[in-house]
Design a protein around this ligand. Sequence first.
Ligand code: COA
Ligand code: AMP
Length: 630
Amino acid sequence: MAYKDVYEAWKADPEGFWMEAAQAIDWIEPPSKALFDENAPIYEWFADAKVNTCWNAVDRHVEAGRGPQYAIIYDSPITGRTHKITYSELRNRVATLAGALRAKGVEKGDRVIIYMPMVPEALEAMLACARLGAIHSVVFGGFASNELAVRIDDAKPKAILAASCGIEPGRIVHYKPLLDEAIEMAEHKPEFCVILQREQEVAKLVEGRDYGWHSFQYGATPAECVPVEGNHPSYILYTSGTTGQPKGVIRQTAGQLVALNWTMKNIYNVDPGDVFWAASDVGWVVGHSYICYGPLIHGNTTIVFEGKPVGTPDAGTFWRVISEHKVKSFFTAPTAFRAIKREDPKGEFVRKYDLSCLKALFLAGERADPDTITWAQEQLGVPVVDHWWQTETGWAIAANPLGIEELPTKLGSPSVPMPGYDVRILDEGGHELPAGQLGAIAIKLPLPPGTLPSLWNAEERYRKSYLEHFPGYYETGDAGYKDEDGYLYIMARTDDVINVAGHRLSTGAMEEVLASHPDVAECAVIGVSDDLKGQLPVGFLCLNAGTNRPAEEIVAEVVKLVREKIGPVAAFKQAVVVDRLPKTRSGKILRGTMVKIADGQDFKMPATIDDPAILDEIREALKSLGYPKS
Ligand code: COA
Ligand code: AMP
């Protein structure tokens, strides 16, 4: 069948489409139907089924004879280690960890926070939770204590699983002190922590609260897979919204199983047994869907890569991994390719390796710029697929579904909507716009299986943030257009979210940190274009009257403060002191206009601007930071 036929088949009979996809899953009790719309606009999928994620991702493959196949290949150029784990070994490791957690009281529905670097134990921790029906929440290692504390207070975990440290080029990330500080800060206290001691740093354990990873599991009775309802939350993943309070995206068990399994063949074009690699981090949605769950549910081998695209040790590291482990389908962020291209523009490293195993490259996390796509196409000689999705959706909204049909690539477009997604471009009033016109991108409800049903502890916020603006639709927060052939173009965010090196960050959260500095009266943070990371945050500070300390000192302090409060991942390194911020007469800061000045783009003077002269001051301030770049 061609893509058009598949998409039309879904449209004609969504219930039949998803019930058929559901047949690929091992159910303890199969669902009586696919969509549960009794509480519309809150929708659930396969809600009345009984199922277990870990069974589907691990045990069933062992039962089916895949026991000797590698489930996980850990490749860590930063430590020089590799470790391959078969499906049989994985089952034993996960069952034992789950048994130890259960012996300490972790049960179905309990929350468990996982704060770990890219090591196989991070996936094992996720799967052990899934085995028990416990709900995990993985926190990215680049976040600081304060961010971790916010998540502890929201998720209220019974246990935290962590590592003693992470390793970044040139420095050790001291996870354990960060964890201790976060627990100290949080109101909610976990009952216990399990710490994976790494040889690079052995952490001090808190007597009575902390256990070493191995001693904790010693002698534990392996746990069997606990049946859970189809709508049981599989995990909570916090993502940036417009404020400092992150949104806890909920993923439900059955929808995730059915949808991710469907994508592995239809989008990524891999068959069970093939090696699939997503070079991201378990702390992001890509890590949840395509390092851990998707490939394992589908019986693939997944790669856990602890390194960077460049510098560990060189710009050929991705090609070495692909060649050595026979990766068939590879997924990363465009920023990684930009970093490689910068160091190896002629692709000399690419030619050092036999990459004949590689059949496709997938890019997501930020807009894939045409230069990057063209370079990747030329170097690798395989289809390069830009695909668009979000933490909220858990899998691609738009893609080029290579397993169904390779559609013509259009540079700058993540191609076409996937079955399950009825994507519309709307004007402010919610009217559909014709092809070629830029508008808000919305998806007609219901969203497909595997997408978020709501936010953790915050259904009202879910309704307000996503459903209220355009009744009957999910608002993606992205703006863009469709062309005559139905290809989508994703152009910008409509909110205060920026995208730095494929990481989603909230300028609102950074503003909250800047505003907490005693000398700062008012502030704004904008995302300016950056050749490598896509965007970089820049802060503007108005100081309290009477502050007479040097501006550089205050700038250095706020840079430090953002690193301490949000974490290094914010990449907040630039700020400037200004007298005033440009505003509308009603007091709204004109961030969009500031971005245009920073990027050297033409802009129309906003009709509602209070004092146009302030824009000249902003221009000067940006010039002092080297913007616009060209
Ligand atoms: N734990 C602790 N700190 C981390 C971290 C982690 N897991 N990941 C990143 N950081 C730190 C980095 O060390 C860096 O700190 P620094 O300010 O001391 O240099 C900071 O956070 C910013 O990190 P990042 O934006 O990732 O930049 P980078 O300099 O580490 O490298 C590139 C970025 C350019 C190499 C980029 O191409 C890349 O690989 N980005 C990641 C892409 C990705 O996986 N995105 C996920 C969505 S698919
Ligand atoms: P995250 O939730 O971290 O995955 O970030 C999701 C956001 O990243 C989207 O809403 C987009 O703004 C952006 N994004 C992700 N993939 C793409 C893509 N292929 N093209 C353009 N923007 C993208």
